[in-house]
Design a protein around this ligand. Structure first.
Ligand code: SF4
Length: 268
């Protein structure tokens, strides 16, 4: 994969070492980050975590590894809610102290972002608590509306957030069919080698090859990906297979320039 990244004419902007699980379960994570930094194939290296693996020793390893941003995703605001929501014992106070330690030892070296979701907030007090604690010990902190990031997957009961009252952070677009920019800006490379047009495609319906067979630049310039990209900018979302059931918002609002992008993709 690193060879593939080196072969792009421009440096890859971001490598995000995360897809659907907890990256810190990978015992080689720190070595992978160090190697990416050493070979210098991307501007930024990011990762995401539930925060349970953070401690003073791990924090310093992370900061020294060359990671440029860590996103911590919190699922509850106290021990009891962690047990209720996630089914695991978590000391919320210890988690906060470990995040505080990471913030302090990462200054000038790594950005720290703290996120939670509306369903983790049991009342307005939790919302206040979240911002009171994390505003001063993060570079970014915010509460998102929970969404179905695995459209069509029915392997577990999905929480419903329709009754959640704290919707003021809602960042959804109102438009039903806005163009999704993900296939134009990201490649989701999975542990089995499959490369998909977006990180939400859990069933590989937007897969366009494998790094076991082609290099990253070959995949990025492939006619299979071009077809998926053109479909995104030419059709309403309701007519695009798989995407039509996806509630995820686009990273960028490109509705007004979709025609221009379509012309460029056709010429390419
Ligand atoms: S609409 Fe959803 S499934 Fe389709 S590319 Fe965008 S994020 Fe992925």
């Amino acid at each position: 994969m690193v060879d593939g990244m080196e072969a792009f004419p421009e440096k890859v902007r971001v490598v995000d070492l995360w897809a659907w699980g907890e990256p810190f379960l990978n015992k080689n994570l720190i070595e992978m980050i160090k190697y990416l930094r050493q070979v210098n194939v991307c501007d930024e290296i990011r990762a995401c975590t539930n925060g349970s693996f953070l401690n003073p020793e791990m924090n310093r390893k992370l900061v020294d590894s060359g990671l440029t941003m860590l996103r911590v995703s919190l699922d509850a605001m106290n021990d009891k809610d962690y047990k209720d929501i996630c089914g695991v014992e978590v000391s919320f106070d210890s988690m906060v102290e470990n995040i505080r330690d990471l913030y302090e030892c990462s200054r000038g070296k790594m950005m720290l972002s703290i996120k939670s979701v509306d369903t983790a907030m049991r009342n307005e007090g939790d919302v206040e608590k979240f911002y009171d604690i994390f505003s001063d010990i993060s570079d970014y902190c915010f509460i998102e509306d929970i969404i179905d990031a695995f459209p069509g997957y029915d392997g577990f009961e999905k929480p419903d957030n329709k009754d959640v009252k704290f919707r003021k952070w809602n960042s959804y677009h109102d438009r039903a069919n806005y163009v999704c920019a993900k296939p134009l800006v990201q490649m989701a490379v999975h542990s089995n080698g499959e490369v998909s047009a977006c990180c939400n495609d859990w069933s590989f319906q937007l897969s366009y090859g494998s790094i076991k067979e082609k290099t990253l630049p070959e995949l990025w310039n492939s006619k299979e990906l071009r077809k998926i990209q053109l479909m995104q900018v030419e059709k309403p979302r309701s007519e695009i297979p798989y995407c039509k059931i996806c509630p995820c918002e686009s990273d960028d609002d490109i509705d007004d320039v979709a025609n221009i992008i379509a012309d460029r993709l056709r010429d390419n």
